[in-house]
Ligand binder design. Structure first.
Ligand SMILES: Nc1ncnc2c1ncn2[C@@H]1O[C@H](COP(=O)(O)OP(=O)(O)O)[C@@H](O)[C@H]1O
Ligand SMILES: [Mg+2]
Length: 400
């Protein structure tokens, strides 16, 4: 980075005279260029650059302890932001090629004029800056996948699944994950994750017209898993200030910033829920195996079909043990959908984790419940990988 807008330059040459001359030439341009350090050998030079992180390095080729090309190679592979300019008495193409292969950006043939030197430094600096900027821009074009965890019945495990799923994706993919609590009246994501909340969706919505996708980050609370959380309002009565247009805007602000936005919603067909469902690529519909829930979920699925959500729906059966009289195939026949994934009942793991505020996908990774959530995360994630994308074994389970 520049210091007071000046370009930070390091000089590496085994001839003390050359170093001194170059330094003097550059000092005539001290408003724009600042010589931050000098070294008299490749090894010493690399160490110096690792410490000072200059913008530009002027590098001699023939030096006793480590030659300039080896040093350039080392520097450009470890500190890609540094622009290396090779200085050499060799004018042949072969040398120039070797320098470029080592990662040098420019090649100055000794002896060079003050003008040549200064313009090489500024040109290289500008080119490096542009490159950095471009890389950043490419980085910022993130395809956001929105997934809502929904049910027509409360208490089926939506929040449990949404929180653990968000953490599982963040831990195992290293992608940026945002968890949005749209259960505006009784949202409990923040409690389940033991978060110290500063801002909620209510604060964000208050300021929404003056926000851009950078500023929105200030309203999110970061869980120690890396998941960014936008919690529900602290008071139920604040819910009435938030409508579906706000939800759309919030999702717009988050998209491009996160690879995944996981949404937890209340068990109701409200406008804000429709806003979430409309904007979701996947809807995980959660059910349990008791008859009142099955009946409600069936009605809910019919409504969702009429609203053309069918293609997005995946049924997740939670607390899926069959011992209470309804088995999985009866369930599938009744609701008319296949079970996409099922999560077993395990109160000791789930309730203990919720009470401690640590998602079980972090603290109890070897349990069946945790494994099923990891499997859901993996299946969701793999969907966006085209067959040509290299499959990395990212699904190692993290142990704490
Ligand atoms: N697989 C499970 N095994 C045992 N208990 C569970 C499981 N999933 C959720 N629970 C418990 O069920 C209750 C309701 O879960 P919650 O996630 O708050 O549901 P919802 O958000 O749908 O209302 C909580 O006490 C939770 O700990
Ligand atoms: Mg809930």
């Amino acid at each position: 980075m520049t210091e007071n807008g000046r370009i930070k330059v390091a000089i590496i040459d085994d001839s003390a005279d050359t170093v001194k001359n170059i330094k003097t030439l550059l000092e005539f341009h001290e408003k724009t260029i600042h010589v931050v350090g000098t070294a008299y050998g490749g090894k010493e030079g690399v160490k110096l650059c690792q410490k000072l992180k200059p913008d530009i390095v002027l590098m001699d080729v023939n030096m006793p302890d480590m030659d300039g090309l080896t040093a350039t190679n080392l520097l450009t592979s470890t500190l890609p932001d540094i622009g290396v300019i090779i200085m050499s008495v060799q004018a042949e193409n072969e040398y120039l090629k070797r320098a470029m292969f080592a990662g040098a950006r420019e090649y100055l043939i000794k002896p060079f004029s003050a003008d040549e030197l200064v313009s090489a430094v500024t040109r290289t600096f500008e080119a490096q800056n542009k490159r950095k900027h471009n890389i950043k821009q490419v980085d910022q074009v993130i395809q956001t996948r929105v997934i809502t965890v929904f049910s027509t019945k409360g208490g089926v495990g939506k929040t449990t699944i949404a929180t653990n799923l968000a953490v599982a994706i963040a831990r195992n993919t290293r992608k940026r994950v945002c968890l949005l609590d749209l259960d505006l009246q009784f949202g409990d994501v923040a409690v389940m994750m033991n978060l110290l909340v500063k801002n909620t969706i209510y604060d964000l919505v208050k300021d929404i017209n003056s926000l851009d996708s950078d500023l929105v980050n200030d309203y999110l609370t970061i869980h120690f898993s890396g998941v960014h959380v936008l919690p529900a309002p602290v008071k139920p009565e604040y819910a009435e200030f938030i409508d579906s247009r706000h939800v759309e805007k919030v999702l717009n602000l988050l998209s491009g910033n996160f690879h995944y936005v996981i949404i937890d919603v209340p068990a109701a067909f409200q406008d804000i829920v429709f806003a979430a469902l409309d904007n979701s690529e996947r809807i995980l519909v959660v059910s349990t195996l008791d008859l009142p829930t099955i009946k409600n979920v069936k009605v809910g699925l019919n409504i969702m079909e009429n609203l053309k959500y069918k293609e997005k729906i995946n049924i997740v059966l939670n607390k899926a043990n069959e011992q209470y009289g309804v088995n999985h195939s009866e369930f599938e026949q009744t609701v008319g959908y296949p079970i996409w994934e099922s999560i077993p009942e395990d109160s000791s793991t789930v309730v203990t984790s919720a009470n401690k505020g640590i998602p079980f996908v972090m603290s109890r990774v070897d349990t069946k419940v945790a494994r099923s959530v990891f499997r859901i995360a993996e299946r969701l994630h793999n969907n966006d990988e085209s067959p040509s994308v290299e499959k990395r074994p990212i699904w190692k389970v993290f142990q704490f």
